[in-house]
Every structure is written in C-alpha cells, then in structure tokens.
Design a protein around this ligand. Structure first.
Ligand code: G6P
Length: 609
C-alpha cells in the first residue's frame, strides 16, 4: 500500500505535491519522492524514511514546475532505499506506482534482453520501461500506458509524466484506488480523496481497467480500448479528518474493511496453481533445508501470538509436523533447548517488539534459522532474519491489530502449503485443492463486512455487561483468545478466551446471567462436543452468542444471538470468525464511548521489555 499524488495546472506543483503526500503518509512512510516537469525536463528527488526527510531535502532546493507526481512508499519489492523509492525514471518519463506487478521477473528478463538497465529492486521499474518503450515507438503517452497495462499482471495504480508531452499527466488503475478531480488551478489525482479536499469537492473514482488523461484544463477518462467515457463525478462532503480515515469514523473500522484487499495482497503473486504450490522465494530457507528441518518454533507477542497458535494447528494438520509455540517474553527467559536445524518463525506486525526480537536473537545464537512474518519492510526483525515473509497489510494505525492479524494468518496458510509440498505431505492435486479454498477468502470476508448491522444489534444488547467469556476449540481456540483480546483492548470490558473443553475446570464457576458467553462453533469433528459445552453454559443461565456455520439449525435455536459464517473447510474458519469478532468488539467500544483507535495504556509497538 503506497500513496500517489499528481498535479497538472497553472500553479507551482511542489507545495501541492508535498501537502498531498502528507495526507497520504498513513499509506506508507519508508521513503518518499517527487518528480516535477519544468522547461521540458523532469527532475526527481527521493529520500529514505518519512516525508519530513524529503521536505528537508527540498528545503531551499525546491523544484519549480506546474506538472508533477509524488509518492510515499510502503515497500513490497526491495528494501526501503533511495534507489527503490518512487518516482522511477525511464528515458524521458517518470512514474509512481501502488500495487504489485506479479509477472515483473519475466518482464524484467525480456526488457534486459532489449537493452534496458534496472537501477532498483522494485517491480515498478518494468512498468516505467514498458511505457518508455511504447512512447519511443511513437505511441502517445496514454496509448503507451494502455499498451503496457495489457502486458502486466497484478494490481496497480500508476501516474506518469513525460518530457515529450509536458502538459499531460496520465493515470491508470486496476485493483488499487485512484481518485481524480478538477480544481481551480488544475487537475489532481490521488490514492484517496484526502489530499483533494483542499482544492475540490467533485471527484471521479477511477474503475479497474480505466485510464485518465489530465491536463490543466480537463480530465478525460478512457476505457481499456482508449474510448473516452462520460463518467459522472461524486460530491464529497466529508471534513478533512474523516477523509483521512476514508470516511470511516475510526482507523480501526477502516482497517477492518480493508481486509479483503490485504488478504488478497498478501497472497498475490505468491502461488503457482499449476504446481499446487506456494511460491515464497524470500523466506531464506531452501526446500532442501526445509526437508531437513528439525523442530518448528513459532514465537510472537499479543495478537501475533494468536496468529502463531493458529499456525500450529495449520501446520500440524496440513503438514503433519509438530510445532512449538511460545510467547516472546517466556521464550527468551527460559532454556528453550533449540537445536541447530530447527526453524524459528517469529511473527510481528511491527518487527520491533522487544521480546520477539530478543527471542529471535537467542534462537539465532543457538543455531536456528530465522524466518519472520512481518508487516514492516526494513524493520529490525526483518533485517536480522534469514528470510522474511512480508504480510502486505499496509500501515496499521489503530492500536488494536485487525488487518495485520488476518494478513499473518494468510501468510501462515501459504507457509503451511509450502511446507506441506516440499516435505512431501501434499501432492500437486492436494495443493491445488488448498489454493482453491484460499482464494475464496477475500470474497467471503467482503460479504461478512456487508453484514455489520447484525453485529451492531448484538452489541446493542450486550455492551453494558462487565464480563465476557469466549470459547473455541481446536484451531478456533486462538480465535476465542483473539476475540476476547479485541474486546478487552478497546472496550475495557473484562473478557477471557478459553478452550471450550477446559471451561468446566474453573471458569464455569463464574457463569451466570450477567456473563455473556461467545462460542465459536464451525461444523467440524468437534461440533458435538461444542454443542455440549453450550448446553452447559445455557443451563447456568448465561446469554449465549453463537458464531456458527451457515446452515446450522440446532445452535440457532439454543443461542440467544447467532451470527453465521460461510460453510468453508474448518481450517479456513479462523479468518471468517475473526472478522465478525473484530466488528463486534468495535461496536461494543463505540457504544461505551471509549477511544477506539488509541485505547488507554496500550501502545502499537512495544519496544521495551
Ligand atoms: C502490542 C500491540 C498489539 C500487538 C503486540 C505485538 O501489544 O498493542 O496489538 O499484537 O504489541 O506486536 P507486533 O508488532 O510484534 O505484532
């Protein structure tokens, strides 16, 4: 997830671009850059780190010109560095990109043969070269963009300027957002409406496959064949703060709603359907090494630890290999008996959590190979690991983790598939069956998000209660922990997650009519047992909120409130239970009037012990 801004008109572009990037910095902040066209020449300035570094670089050294593009980066391909920062140049043009080009390696190979040189490790540079090649062959800039997008696979939002056409800015999208609009002094493009609001209110949201040609005087939207289209504009009435959150009242809700995209992004370009295999070249462990791996450890803190617990169930079930899961602060202070060929998987959204880092360092010292599952490119954990499987959730601002968690689960599905295939636990056909299941996840999540009203009404019934118990079994036991953690983090309601079968060994003493019990009951081999647990709860008068699989009748009759998830393979149910539990916690917190995005006493990244 990166931020794109562009301007063409009669004003000085630079301050407009910088102000726009400031609004978009939440989309990525590992490097930033701008390109401005003046006197027929493009000038590019880029800088590593936050936008402030670029502003410093430009102070007193500004570029003058009335056409320009800017970018704030969230690295996916290639570390945060000046070379990898956008805009990327090819000949007389400069380009910024948000998204992932899946076939960039094949295209790079072809372009190299044609004599193109690559200065970065990014997937983006191939797009710049392809457009430049078409422009050189005589196509107009917008025709060259359309010719190029026919060759690339994956997701993109791009903005490009060219010295040969100094009053035009061309943009295109597929799978990543772009908004355009005409203001007093010229035309603007951005990844979301926030930067535009200072200049205009009527915007056009580009659709997949469309391009747009922006000049100082007009905006022309074109379809995939280059035919101009009449696209109505939308009037935006948000204030600036709401706009930063994409119109959502809180970052947390916005991030919950981004999950279909972030799950898709985390999978994108990382599997081969023909081979029934996950394609994970950056994990730092070869298939041969994985074949010889001793024990598998997963270590993490907080929500990431819950992802690790799900990972244990997944890997044990799909691969047949035992997995040890530990909390960072526990692992680091005991003698973990790591052995030389062990694989140590560290999971961390931030890559900066002190306890997880210390655990990974200890494991490394004892000879294990370190693979991290991490969301922040360039983070300490990422740098110190032998390999990284990056989740591509984009920046997570809400302190309570949501989209990063489901992206971690997605990464674990891919890792389990890869382990299963290289260790011979799965055939090509088995792998294909798993992939068929994985790819349905974004759509299922999208549909669940459309049912927010059902969860609001459950929240309204129970938000005044002071204690909640969350029960789950097997792979959904960690989801019960996560559901309870979300509720306590943001609503300050006391909530406990428990393995359903363990309830009778203690927590049952707490149960009465004032303690709602949330149960997660997929239709799996433990179904009957979960129903028995539910009956035990009901017998003691507790209100039961059941999350069940669609088609379920029996529990629907017993429970006080029911929410259904799609009938998927039980190993896929964790993500589908997680999303409604996040929404339920969110609405409970809103009804109680707490500070959802910045709950008291918590921190997004805990870099101390
Ligand atoms: C903090 C955050 C949690 C997070 C945990 C681990 O406690 O509030 O949301 O799960 O740290 O963070 P990490 O960045 O390592 O995933």
């Amino acid at each position: 997830m990166c931020g794109i801004i562009g301007y063409v008109g009669s004003q000085n572009a630079m301050p407009l671009l910088l102000a726009g990037l400031k609004c978009l910095e939440y989309r990525g902040y590992d490097s930033a850059g701008v390109a401005v066209l003046a006197n027929g020449k493009i000038d590019v300035r880029r800088s590593v780190g936050k936008l402030a570094n670029l502003e410093k670089l430009l102070a007193g050294n500004g570029l003058a010109g009335t056409v320009g593009i800017g970018h704030t980066r969230w690295a996916t391909h290639g570390k945060p560095s000046e070379q990898n920062a956008h805009p990327h140049r090819s000949g007389s043009l400069a380009l910024v990109h948000n998204g992932i080009i899946e076939n960039y390696l094949a295209l790079k190979e072809l372009l190299r043969k044609d004599g193109f040189r690559f200065d970065s490790e990014t997937d983006t540079e191939v797009v710049a070269h392809l457009i430049a090649r078409s422009v050189k062959a005589g196509l107009s800039l917008d025709a060259a963009v359309r010719a190029t997008v026919r060759e690339i696979k994956g997701s993109y939002a791009i903005a490009v300027i060219c010295e040969a056409d100094p009053t035009t800015l061309v943009v295109a999208r597929s799978g990543c957002p772009l908004v355009i609009g005409m203001g007093d002094g010229g035309a603007f493009v951005a990844s979301d409406v926030t930067p535009l609001l200072a200049h205009l209110r009527d915007v056009i949201f580009l659709e997949d496959g469309e391009t747009a040609v922006l000049s100082g005087k007009e905006l022309v939207v074109k379809d995939a064949d280059g035919k101009a289209m009449d696209r109505p504009s939308t009037r935006i009435t948000w204030d600036a703060t709401a706009a930063e959150k994409g119109g959502y009242p809180h970052y947390m809700l916005k991030e919950i709603h981004e999950q279909p995209q972030t799950i898709l992004d985390t999978m994108r370009g990382r599997y081969s359907y023909e081979q029934g295999e996950a394609d994970l070249p950056d994990i730092g462990v070869t298939p041969e090494q994985l074949g010889k791996t001793g024990r598998i450890w997963i270590v993490a803190c907080g929500t990431s630890w819950h992802a690790g617990l799900v990972g244990k169930y997944l890997i044990e079930e799909m691969v047949g290999a035992p997995v040890l899961v530990d909390i960072g602060s526990e692992f680091r202070y005991r003698n973990p008996l790591i052995q030389k060929d062990d694989l140590f998987v560290a999971i961390s959204q931030s890559g900066e959590t002190a306890d997880t880092l210390a655990a990974a360092r200890e494991a490394k010292r004892q000879g294990a190979r370190i693979l991290s599952i991490c969301n922040v490119v360039g983070s300490t954990l990422g740098r110190e690991s032998d390999g990284v499987l990056y989740t591509r959730a984009g920046p997570e601002i809400g302190v309570a983790s949501t989209k990063a968690f489901t992206a971690q689960l997605t990464a674990l599905y891919l890792l389990a598939l890869h382990l299963g295939r290289v260790r011979g636990a799965m055939s090509v056909e088995d792998g294909k069956v798993w992939l068929d299941r994985f790819v349905t996840l974004p759509t299922h999540v999208e549909r669940l998000l459309g049912r927010e009203a059902e969860l609001v009404s459950i929240a309204k019934r129970y938000h005044t209660k002071r204690n909640f118990l969350y029960l789950g079994r097997g792979i959904n036991y960690p989801i019960a922990l996560e559901g309870a953690l979300k509720l306590k983090e943001i609503s300050y309601i006391h909530a406990e997650g428990y393995p359903a079968g363990e309830m009778k060994h203690g927590p049952i003493a707490l149960i009465d009519k004032d303690m709602p019990v949330v149960v997660l009951v997929p239709r799996d081999r433990l179904y009957e047992k979960s129903v028995s647990n539910l009956m035990e709860v009901k017998a003691r008068g507790a209100p039961v909120i059941a999350f069940v699989t669609a088609g379920e009748r029996e529990l629907g009759r017993i429970a006080d409130a029911v929410f259904t998830i799609p009938d998927v393979h039980p190993l896929l149910s964790p993500i589908l239970f997680t999303v409604p539990l996040q929404i339920l916690a969110y609405h409970m917190a809103v009804l109680r009037g707490t500070d959802v995005d910045q709950p008291r006493n918590l921190a997004k990244s805990v870099t101390v012990e």
